[in-house]
Design a protein around this ligand. Structure first.
Ligand SMILES: [Mn+2]
Length: 326
């Protein structure tokens, strides 16, 4: 990690403006990290801005933004067009929480800026951003907010407690409340964030959801089926849902007694069906997702399938699950 931080310090110094970008439809981990990173760069007296999200789908992140602005904690955002059409002097693009070119907020900005640093915690695939100055990719990190906490700690930099709260809530989401992808170091960094002002009650508030959404999720769950023993699958309705909703469903299914793996299927758009998969670690859901065109970790994986109906994806997935889990 020291190497990453030294490279960041050196490159922030070398460049005149730092552009911060996370994945499209940002979540608390990606955008929370971007906010903290922006404060770090500002503390180094360098101009910086975050690529403005075209689509905002994360309710918790919206609440966080509202709270930040109520507390007069400001950030600079620039749209894709503003960046592409603007004049730049020695820009550096820092990409957080993804390393796949097709997942970034703006592929135009990605193509436009030459000097790039990537910081990610997802398993790399063939199609990754590789024309970088430096790439940090560690699938053993719970989240990028964990990496940002490490960086703050390394710099011995204090930033607003409310941002610490946003960072810790990102960690809570990415680890399913410290149930997955968690190492001893994750807890140390959670403690570091708490020591520096993260507020657990506020985190609960940020993560709360409307009653009707929970009721809807449980109606899908009540229609879930056990594909093979101890493996639950759940198909949503024909409406369009967010990535996050599908993932939440898979997470929720894994909570049931004896369940060792779970799969949730839902429409992400008129052309794309999303699948989210979770496991306790003895079923490799990453392998299963790979077989239907996705990817991911042992315990946490996903796929996005184009031009197939939700029923087609369901039957294909069932077949693969039956092959892999005997
Ligand atoms: Mn993440």
């Amino acid at each position: 990690m020291r190497e990453l931080f030294e490279t960041l310090n050196e490159n922030i110094k070398k460049h005149d403006e730092i552009i911060i970008m996370t994945h499209a439809r940002p979540d608390l981990d990606g955008m929370g990290s971007a906010l903290a990173f922006s404060k770090i760069v500002t503390s180094m007296k360098k101009k910086n801005y975050i690529v403005f999200p075209k689509e905002k789908v994360d309710r918790s992140l919206d609440k966080a933004f509202k709270l930040l602005s109520e507390n007069a904690i400001e950030f600079e955002f620039k749209s894709e067009e503003e960046i592409i059409n603007g004049k730049h002097n020695k820009p550096l693009l820092v990409i957080l929480d993804t390393q796949k070119p097709e997942l970034v907020e703006s592929d135009k900005v990605l193509d436009f800026i030459n000097d790039k640093i990537v910081i990610d915690h997802h398993i790399g695939s063939l199609d990754t951003i590789d024309d970088t100055i430096y790439k940090y990719s560690d699938a053993n990190k719970s989240s990028i907010v964990e990496v940002m906490a490490e960086y703050l700690n390394y710099l011995d930099l204090k930033i607003e407690p409310l941002i610490m709260t946003v960072l810790l809530s990102g960690m809570v989401v990415d680890t399913s409340s410290f149930n997955i992808k968690t190492t001893a170091r994750t807890f140390e960094m959670a403690a570091y964030l708490a020591k520096n002002g993260a507020d657990f009650v506020l985190i609960q508030d940020l993560l709360k959801e409307p009653r009707e959404e929970m009721v809807k999720r449980y109606s899908f769950i009540s229609n879930s089926e056990e594909v093979v023993p101890d493996v639950l699958m759940c198909k949503m309705d024909d409406k369009i849902h967010g990535n996050v909703d599908i993932a939440l469903l898979a997470k929720e299914l894994l909570k049931f007694e004896d369940i060792k793996a779970s799969f949730a299927i839902g429409k992400l758009s008129n052309r794309i069906v999303g699948v989210s998969a979770r496991s306790m670690g003895n079923v490799n859901v990453g392998e299963i997702m790979k077989k239907i065109g996705g990817g991911g970790h042992l315990t946490d994986a996903a796929a996005q399938i184009k031009d197939k109906s939700i029923d087609e994806v369901e039957s294909e997935l069932k077949k693969v699950i039956k092959e892999v889990i005997k």
